[in-house]
Design a binder for this molecule. Structure first.
Ligand SMILES: Nc1ncnc2c1ncn2[C@@H]1O[C@H](COP(=O)(O)OP(=O)(O)O)[C@@H](O)[C@H]1O
Ligand SMILES: [Mg+2]
Length: 258
Protein backbone atom coordinates (compact mmCIF):
# COMPACT_ATOMS: atom_id res chain seq x y z
CA UNK A 1 0.00 0.00 0.00
CA UNK A 2 2.82 2.39 0.88
CA UNK A 3 4.26 1.95 -2.59
CA UNK A 4 0.96 2.81 -4.22
CA UNK A 5 0.50 5.82 -1.96
CA UNK A 6 3.90 7.22 -2.87
CA UNK A 7 3.67 6.65 -6.62
CA UNK A 8 2.82 9.54 -8.92
CA UNK A 9 -0.81 10.08 -9.89
CA UNK A 10 -0.06 12.50 -12.72
CA UNK A 11 3.10 12.54 -14.85
CA UNK A 12 4.42 15.00 -17.42
CA UNK A 13 7.29 13.63 -19.47
CA UNK A 14 9.11 16.04 -21.75
CA UNK A 15 5.85 17.71 -22.71
CA UNK A 16 5.67 20.44 -25.33
CA UNK A 17 2.75 22.22 -26.96
CA UNK A 18 2.70 24.30 -30.11
CA UNK A 19 -0.51 25.92 -31.34
CA UNK A 20 1.00 26.90 -34.69
CA UNK A 21 2.39 23.70 -36.10
CA UNK A 22 5.77 23.98 -34.42
CA UNK A 23 6.70 27.59 -35.16
CA UNK A 24 6.42 28.61 -31.52
CA UNK A 25 5.85 26.69 -28.32
CA UNK A 26 3.42 27.64 -25.53
CA UNK A 27 5.06 24.96 -23.33
CA UNK A 28 8.55 23.52 -23.75
CA UNK A 29 10.08 20.28 -22.45
CA UNK A 30 8.16 20.15 -19.20
CA UNK A 31 8.66 17.13 -16.92
CA UNK A 32 7.30 16.68 -13.41
CA UNK A 33 5.12 14.39 -11.34
CA UNK A 34 2.25 14.97 -8.96
CA UNK A 35 1.75 12.64 -6.01
CA UNK A 36 -1.63 11.42 -4.84
CA UNK A 37 -3.06 13.84 -2.28
CA UNK A 38 -0.69 16.63 -3.20
CA UNK A 39 -1.69 20.22 -3.89
CA UNK A 40 0.47 21.38 -6.77
CA UNK A 41 0.28 25.04 -7.81
CA UNK A 42 1.18 26.12 -11.34
CA UNK A 43 2.45 29.68 -10.85
CA UNK A 44 3.33 32.13 -13.58
CA UNK A 45 2.27 35.32 -15.30
CA UNK A 46 -0.33 35.50 -18.04
CA UNK A 47 0.69 33.56 -21.15
CA UNK A 48 3.32 31.47 -19.38
CA UNK A 49 1.58 28.20 -20.27
CA UNK A 50 -0.29 27.36 -17.06
CA UNK A 51 -3.73 26.69 -18.57
CA UNK A 52 -2.15 24.73 -21.41
CA UNK A 53 -0.52 22.38 -18.88
CA UNK A 54 -3.69 22.06 -16.81
CA UNK A 55 -5.89 21.18 -19.79
CA UNK A 56 -3.51 18.41 -20.78
CA UNK A 57 -4.39 16.62 -17.54
CA UNK A 58 -8.05 16.19 -18.52
CA UNK A 59 -7.35 15.78 -22.22
CA UNK A 60 -8.85 19.11 -23.34
CA UNK A 61 -5.48 19.76 -25.00
CA UNK A 62 -3.17 17.11 -26.44
CA UNK A 63 0.60 17.60 -26.16
CA UNK A 64 2.52 18.19 -29.39
CA UNK A 65 5.29 16.00 -28.03
CA UNK A 66 5.98 14.08 -24.86
CA UNK A 67 3.40 12.34 -22.70
CA UNK A 68 0.93 13.20 -19.96
CA UNK A 69 -0.18 10.26 -17.85
CA UNK A 70 -3.03 10.24 -15.33
CA UNK A 71 -3.62 7.11 -13.25
CA UNK A 72 -1.41 5.28 -15.76
CA UNK A 73 -3.56 6.36 -18.67
CA UNK A 74 -2.33 8.58 -21.46
CA UNK A 75 -2.93 9.83 -24.99
CA UNK A 76 -6.31 8.96 -26.50
CA UNK A 77 -7.49 7.49 -23.22
CA UNK A 78 -7.23 10.88 -21.52
CA UNK A 79 -9.26 12.42 -24.28
CA UNK A 80 -12.20 10.07 -23.82
CA UNK A 81 -15.29 11.86 -22.57
CA UNK A 82 -15.61 9.41 -19.70
CA UNK A 83 -12.06 10.05 -18.49
CA UNK A 84 -12.48 13.81 -18.79
CA UNK A 85 -15.65 13.74 -16.72
CA UNK A 86 -13.92 11.69 -14.05
CA UNK A 87 -11.59 14.63 -13.34
CA UNK A 88 -13.08 17.66 -11.60
CA UNK A 89 -12.40 20.90 -13.44
CA UNK A 90 -13.04 24.49 -12.41
CA UNK A 91 -12.34 26.52 -15.53
CA UNK A 92 -10.97 30.04 -15.75
CA UNK A 93 -13.93 32.41 -15.22
CA UNK A 94 -17.25 31.26 -13.78
CA UNK A 95 -19.15 29.13 -16.23
CA UNK A 96 -22.52 28.71 -14.55
CA UNK A 97 -25.61 28.65 -16.71
CA UNK A 98 -27.66 31.68 -15.63
CA UNK A 99 -31.05 30.17 -16.49
CA UNK A 100 -30.43 26.91 -14.59
CA UNK A 101 -30.95 26.65 -10.87
CA UNK A 102 -27.89 26.15 -8.68
CA UNK A 103 -28.46 22.44 -8.14
CA UNK A 104 -28.99 21.89 -11.87
CA UNK A 105 -25.69 23.63 -12.58
CA UNK A 106 -23.94 21.41 -10.05
CA UNK A 107 -25.62 18.27 -11.37
CA UNK A 108 -24.72 18.91 -15.00
CA UNK A 109 -21.91 16.31 -15.14
CA UNK A 110 -24.37 13.77 -13.68
CA UNK A 111 -27.02 14.59 -16.26
CA UNK A 112 -24.47 14.05 -19.01
CA UNK A 113 -23.68 10.71 -17.38
CA UNK A 114 -27.38 9.79 -17.51
CA UNK A 115 -28.23 9.61 -13.80
CA UNK A 116 -31.91 9.85 -12.80
CA UNK A 117 -33.14 13.22 -11.55
CA UNK A 118 -33.64 12.31 -7.85
CA UNK A 119 -30.09 11.02 -7.60
CA UNK A 120 -28.77 14.09 -9.40
CA UNK A 121 -30.46 16.43 -6.99
CA UNK A 122 -29.36 14.44 -3.96
CA UNK A 123 -25.71 14.35 -5.06
CA UNK A 124 -25.75 18.03 -6.07
CA UNK A 125 -27.13 18.98 -2.65
CA UNK A 126 -24.41 16.92 -0.95
CA UNK A 127 -21.73 18.65 -3.02
CA UNK A 128 -23.16 22.06 -2.10
CA UNK A 129 -22.91 21.14 1.60
CA UNK A 130 -19.30 20.03 1.05
CA UNK A 131 -18.36 23.54 -0.06
CA UNK A 132 -20.30 24.99 2.89
CA UNK A 133 -23.14 26.60 0.99
CA UNK A 134 -26.21 26.97 3.17
CA UNK A 135 -29.39 24.98 2.72
CA UNK A 136 -31.80 26.61 0.33
CA UNK A 137 -29.27 27.85 -2.25
CA UNK A 138 -29.90 24.82 -4.44
CA UNK A 139 -33.17 26.18 -5.80
CA UNK A 140 -31.86 29.69 -6.51
CA UNK A 141 -30.47 31.04 -9.74
CA UNK A 142 -26.73 31.83 -9.91
CA UNK A 143 -27.51 35.57 -10.13
CA UNK A 144 -29.06 35.33 -6.66
CA UNK A 145 -25.69 34.41 -5.13
CA UNK A 146 -22.61 36.49 -4.33
CA UNK A 147 -19.45 36.14 -6.46
CA UNK A 148 -17.78 34.02 -3.80
CA UNK A 149 -20.84 31.77 -3.49
CA UNK A 150 -20.94 31.33 -7.26
CA UNK A 151 -17.33 30.17 -7.16
CA UNK A 152 -18.26 27.66 -4.48
CA UNK A 153 -20.97 26.36 -6.82
CA UNK A 154 -18.28 25.91 -9.48
CA UNK A 155 -16.19 23.90 -7.03
CA UNK A 156 -19.24 21.82 -6.02
CA UNK A 157 -19.85 21.00 -9.68
CA UNK A 158 -16.23 19.86 -10.05
CA UNK A 159 -16.63 17.57 -7.00
CA UNK A 160 -20.08 16.16 -7.75
CA UNK A 161 -18.85 13.08 -9.60
CA UNK A 162 -16.86 12.02 -6.54
CA UNK A 163 -13.54 12.61 -8.27
CA UNK A 164 -10.20 12.38 -6.51
CA UNK A 165 -8.53 14.88 -8.87
CA UNK A 166 -9.48 18.55 -8.86
CA UNK A 167 -8.12 20.96 -11.49
CA UNK A 168 -8.64 24.65 -10.73
CA UNK A 169 -7.71 27.38 -13.21
CA UNK A 170 -7.41 30.77 -11.50
CA UNK A 171 -10.75 30.10 -9.81
CA UNK A 172 -10.68 33.06 -7.43
CA UNK A 173 -9.10 35.66 -9.69
CA UNK A 174 -12.11 37.94 -9.89
CA UNK A 175 -12.87 38.04 -6.18
CA UNK A 176 -12.00 40.55 -3.47
CA UNK A 177 -9.15 39.71 -1.09
CA UNK A 178 -11.30 38.64 1.86
CA UNK A 179 -13.53 36.34 -0.20
CA UNK A 180 -10.42 34.92 -1.84
CA UNK A 181 -8.88 34.09 1.50
CA UNK A 182 -11.98 32.33 2.72
CA UNK A 183 -12.11 30.27 -0.49
CA UNK A 184 -8.42 29.41 -0.20
CA UNK A 185 -9.14 28.14 3.30
CA UNK A 186 -12.03 26.16 1.84
CA UNK A 187 -9.73 24.47 -0.68
CA UNK A 188 -7.32 23.51 2.09
CA UNK A 189 -10.24 22.11 4.10
CA UNK A 190 -11.55 20.08 1.15
CA UNK A 191 -8.13 18.60 0.67
CA UNK A 192 -7.99 17.55 4.32
CA UNK A 193 -11.50 16.18 4.28
CA UNK A 194 -11.58 14.43 0.91
CA UNK A 195 -7.90 13.71 0.32
CA UNK A 196 -8.23 14.99 -3.24
CA UNK A 197 -5.22 15.74 -5.41
CA UNK A 198 -5.40 19.37 -6.48
CA UNK A 199 -3.70 21.11 -9.38
CA UNK A 200 -4.25 24.82 -8.91
CA UNK A 201 -3.33 27.55 -11.42
CA UNK A 202 -2.62 31.09 -10.26
CA UNK A 203 -0.56 34.14 -11.16
CA UNK A 204 -0.68 35.23 -7.50
CA UNK A 205 2.43 34.37 -5.55
CA UNK A 206 0.73 34.74 -2.18
CA UNK A 207 -2.11 32.46 -3.23
CA UNK A 208 0.52 29.91 -4.29
CA UNK A 209 2.26 30.20 -0.92
CA UNK A 210 -1.04 29.82 0.91
CA UNK A 211 -2.09 26.63 -0.88
CA UNK A 212 0.81 24.69 -2.31
CA UNK A 213 2.58 21.60 -1.13
CA UNK A 214 4.82 22.20 -4.12
CA UNK A 215 4.93 24.92 -6.77
CA UNK A 216 5.81 24.73 -10.46
CA UNK A 217 7.09 28.12 -11.61
CA UNK A 218 6.32 28.70 -15.29
CA UNK A 219 7.89 31.48 -17.34
CA UNK A 220 7.34 31.92 -21.07
CA UNK A 221 6.55 28.25 -21.56
CA UNK A 222 9.50 26.96 -19.57
CA UNK A 223 9.35 25.26 -16.22
CA UNK A 224 11.81 27.27 -14.16
CA UNK A 225 11.61 25.13 -11.04
CA UNK A 226 9.49 22.68 -9.09
CA UNK A 227 9.69 22.58 -5.34
CA UNK A 228 8.31 23.63 -2.00
CA UNK A 229 7.99 27.31 -1.15
CA UNK A 230 10.97 26.85 1.14
CA UNK A 231 13.08 25.50 -1.69
CA UNK A 232 12.09 28.40 -3.94
CA UNK A 233 13.02 30.86 -1.21
CA UNK A 234 16.34 29.28 -0.22
CA UNK A 235 17.47 27.42 -3.34
CA UNK A 236 16.08 29.26 -6.36
CA UNK A 237 17.08 27.40 -9.52
CA UNK A 238 17.08 30.47 -11.78
CA UNK A 239 17.35 34.26 -11.53
CA UNK A 240 13.67 34.45 -12.44
CA UNK A 241 12.64 32.36 -9.43
CA UNK A 242 14.98 34.25 -7.11
CA UNK A 243 13.53 37.60 -8.16
CA UNK A 244 9.97 36.30 -7.97
CA UNK A 245 10.41 35.11 -4.40
CA UNK A 246 12.44 38.06 -3.19
CA UNK A 247 9.36 39.98 -2.11
CA UNK A 248 7.84 37.30 0.14
CA UNK A 249 11.34 36.47 1.38
CA UNK A 250 11.67 40.04 2.61
CA UNK A 251 8.17 40.06 4.06
CA UNK A 252 8.79 36.81 5.87
CA UNK A 253 12.23 38.05 6.89
CA UNK A 254 13.84 34.81 5.81
CA UNK A 255 17.31 34.66 4.37
CA UNK A 256 18.40 37.56 6.59
CA UNK A 257 21.59 36.87 8.52
CA UNK A 258 21.29 39.57 11.14
N1 LIG B 1 -6.08 27.83 -28.35
C1 LIG B 1 -4.95 28.54 -28.53
N2 LIG B 1 -4.53 28.87 -29.78
C2 LIG B 1 -3.40 29.56 -29.98
N3 LIG B 1 -2.59 29.99 -28.99
C3 LIG B 1 -2.94 29.69 -27.73
C4 LIG B 1 -4.15 28.97 -27.42
N4 LIG B 1 -4.25 28.82 -26.09
C5 LIG B 1 -3.16 29.43 -25.58
N5 LIG B 1 -2.38 29.97 -26.55
C6 LIG B 1 -1.12 30.70 -26.35
O1 LIG B 1 -0.23 29.87 -25.62
C7 LIG B 1 0.47 30.63 -24.64
C8 LIG B 1 0.19 30.07 -23.27
O2 LIG B 1 -1.19 30.27 -22.97
P1 LIG B 1 -1.88 29.74 -21.65
O3 LIG B 1 -1.50 28.32 -21.43
O4 LIG B 1 -3.31 30.07 -21.75
O5 LIG B 1 -1.15 30.64 -20.56
P2 LIG B 1 -1.60 31.07 -19.08
O6 LIG B 1 -2.71 30.18 -18.65
O7 LIG B 1 -0.36 30.92 -18.26
O8 LIG B 1 -2.02 32.51 -19.17
C9 LIG B 1 0.04 32.07 -24.83
O9 LIG B 1 0.98 32.70 -25.66
C10 LIG B 1 -1.29 31.94 -25.52
O10 LIG B 1 -1.55 33.06 -26.33
MG1 LIG C 1 -4.68 30.66 -18.13
Amino acid sequence: MAEIASSALIRFEDVGKSYDGGQSFAVRHVSFQIAKGETLVLLGSSGSGKSTLLKMINGLIAPSHGAVTVRDRSGQQLQSVQMRRSIGYVSQGIALFPFMRVWENVALPLRLAGLPIEERKRKATEALRLVELPEGVEDRLPSELSGGQQQRVGVARALVTGTDILLMDEPFGALDAITRESLQAEVARLKEKLGVTIVFVTHDLFEALALADRIVVMHEGNMEQIGTADEMLHQPATDFVRELFEKPAKLLKVGGRA
